[in-house]
Design a protein around this ligand. Structure first.
Ligand code: CU
Length: 153
């Protein structure tokens, strides 16, 4: 009886070790390696920048599309960008070169919310310094750029 219980506990121990090693190898390690560790203020910056999609943007002669057309954002300060569609027509915010952020995925509304309907918004947080050119997929004359710079403060 006693030796039987001992046998069961050894089996239980072996299983527990096996599960722990499996968890470490196949769950914990991939999770640790999957995404870079970044400061909290980069992941959730204290401020946001808003870009407005001008009314009439679907018409090329409108002349005003993403406003402002060029935006400078500082990482860890205001690298969270909000696009506000003030037009009645739906638009996309689509990276020119298919940029994929290591934390937040593709910089493209098509891969997340689809079209940004009139009155709706799209939000994206850039976690890396760089220059990000983008456009609207249905209206390719709608072009703009975000420059995300280092925080030198
Ligand atoms: Cu558009």
């Amino acid at each position: 009886m006693a030796s039987n219980a001992g046998g069961i506990s050894i089996v239980a121990f072996v299983i527990a070790v096996g599960v722990s090693i499996g968890y470490y190898q196949y769950v914990y390690i991939p999770e640790v390696n999957a995404k870079p560790h970044l400061p909290e203020e980069v992941l959730n910056p204290p401020e946001t920048l808003t870009i407005k999609i001008a009314p009439g943007s679907s018409v090329e002669s409108n002349g005003k599309f993403f406003e402002p057309k060029h935006v400078r954002s500082t990482i860890g300060i205001d690298n969270h960008i909000i696009w506000q569609n003030d037009d009645e027509v739906a638009h996309t915010v689509t990276s020119d070169d298919g940029y994929v952020d290591a934390i937040n995925g593709p910089f493209n509304t098509i891969d997340s919310i689809g079209l940004v309907a009139g009155g709706e918004t799209y939000e994206f947080t850039f976690t890396k310094v760089g220059t990000y050119a983008y456009h609207c997929e249905p209206h390719p004359w709608m072009q703009a750029e975000i420059e995300v710079i280092e925080n030198f403060a």
